[in-house]
Design a protein around this ligand. Sequence first.
Ligand SMILES: [Zn+2]
Length: 75
Amino acid sequence: MRRFIAGAKCPQCEQVDTLFMDNTATGKRRECVRCGFHDALENLAPPAIPTRVERERAPAASSEPVRLVDPRKPV
Ligand SMILES: [Zn+2]
């Protein structure tokens, strides 16, 4: 199933709204309908839900939520 990524810019042809996500046997990937660019999307895996109850006080840094950032996209 293809799902277009709103506002996403293709790193290759730099067009906006040409990228879609596709589920394959090996995982998600994104692909550009314009230039055929594609790459894997392992970065977009949902953040792991902590299943362990914190009995000890963990340092604050360890409880930082995982942020999903596309390294190609300027912040
Ligand atoms: Zn493209």
